[in-house]
Write a protein that binds this ligand. Structure first.
Ligand code: 13P
Ligand code: SF4
Length: 368
């Protein structure tokens, strides 16, 4: 389901009773159901989830860890995924036939994943093969639909996450001369640049015009970046960094690589959500940090480190709206549905798509 369909989906699926319960009542019901199901129920939670939900996660993690945890858990019958749709799809692909993956609110999509659909990708691929022959390997950020992952799997490519992008792009260059990197141009550009590919050797594929944006000799292109981005991370700007460097010159800037090349270049450190958490955990008391990532996570890090001065790189930042769709009422509703046997919002990837997507995921997990 894309963002438009998700927005059109009314919240009618959530029964009125959950809107009338207090947080305390809901929390005690969630605890009760978790206790009664024991290891038959597994709740993974992405770091961008709200505190009201993350407090009930059996494991938390970045996208790579969540994929690894899903693959490793063979015991749970029900996996209630607190994250967004592409993560739940990945969990379904990596788990067994008898395990059900449930997304508490189907409106929890990802605008970046919606920026590459399979028809656009197949059209792009035909044109790129005409231009470059069999010299390209497709890589997709896990923030993509199962069909895009399947496309990469079928064409010898793999998935990547923000914590293994460098390893995966290096591997891709051992396979082919060029890579097509979907759907996040920023993670692709930042990663290739860090590996020594000059910006002049990177082109952008525009899926809206079906055209390659590049000036110069196309023979020099080594990286083709899909023109997609994260609508949360694009809100961190060069101006944010410039004003912070003036107002607080001793503050270190730590951002997610979904931020633009310019922002990453001016920052002190960049990495996945796990990298951001680990960096702050290791930092000495009294150190000062401006973080450029989603706000639920930044707020949690601030709360957990009262001995450090931590702010959001953009003082007007909001949380990721789709991650925020998963809240305490939807979590409880999902769990009560399991209890009564009337399960809703099961994420099931079509078998042929899951088979090919698994090839792309396995190529990553073998190397991650
Ligand atoms: P990571 O947690 O893998 O860094 O991913 C960030 C993200 O945007 C997930 O949607
Ligand atoms: Fe998608 Fe960006 Fe939200 Fe992550 S933070 S789920 S990439 S919109």
């Amino acid at each position: 389901m894309n963002i438009l369909e998700a927005v059109q989906l009314k919240d009618g699926s959530l029964p009125e009773k959950y809107k009338l319960m207090t947080d305390l009542e809901m929390e005690s019901r969630v605890k009760e159901i978790k206790e009664s199901f024991g290891t038959k129920l597994f709740i993974p939670g992405h770091h961008y989830q709200k505190d009201e939900v993350i407090q009930f996660a059996d494991e938390t993690g970045d996208s790579l860890q969540l994929a690894q945890q899903s693959a490793a858990n063979t015991e749970a019958e029900y996996i209630v995924f607190c994250g967004v749709h592409f993560m739940a799809e990945t969990a379904d692909i990596l788990t067994r036939e008898n395990q059900k993956v449930i997304l508490p609110d189907m409106r929890a999509g990802c605008s970046m994943a919606d920026m590459a659909d399979i028809h656009q990708t197949e059209r792009a691929w035909d044109q790129l093969l005409d231009l470059f022959g069999e010299t390209i390997l497709p890589l997709t950020y896990v923030n993509s639909t199962a069909s895009i992952k399947a496309f990469c799997g079928k064409n010898g490519g793999a998935t990547v996450t923000s914590s293994n992008a460098k390893e995966m792009v290096s591997w891709a260059f051992t396979q082919k001369e060029r890579i097509l990197f979907l759907p996040d141009q920023h993670l692709g550009r930042n990663t290739a640049f860090d590996l020594g590919v000059p910006l002049e050797e990177m082109a952008v594929w525009n899926p809206l015009t079906d055209k390659l944006e590049f000036e110069g000799n196309p023979d020099n292109i080594r990286v083709i970046l899909w023109k997609g981005h994260c609508s949360v991370h694009e809100n961190f700007t060069v101006q944010n960094i410039e004003s912070l460097r003036i107002s607080n010159p001793n503050m270190k800037i730590l951002v997610h690589p979904e931020c633009s090349r310019e922002v990453v270049a001016l920052s002190d450190f960049a990495g996945s959500t796990k990298y951001i958490i680990d960096t702050i955990n290791r930092a000495p008391a009294g150190s000062k940090w401006a973080i450029g990532t989603e706000m639920n996570l930044v707020k949690r890090i601030i709360k957990e480190h009262p001995d450090k001065e931590i702010v959001s790189l953009n003082p007007h930042m909001c949380p990721c709206l789709t991650m925020n769709r998963i809240d305490l009422p939807h979590l409880l509703w999902s769990l009560e549905n399991i209890e009564t046997g009337a399960i809703q919002n099961i994420i099931k990837v079509e078998e042929a798509v899951a088979h090919d997507a698994m090839m792309a995921l396995n190529r990553m997990l073998e190397r991650a």
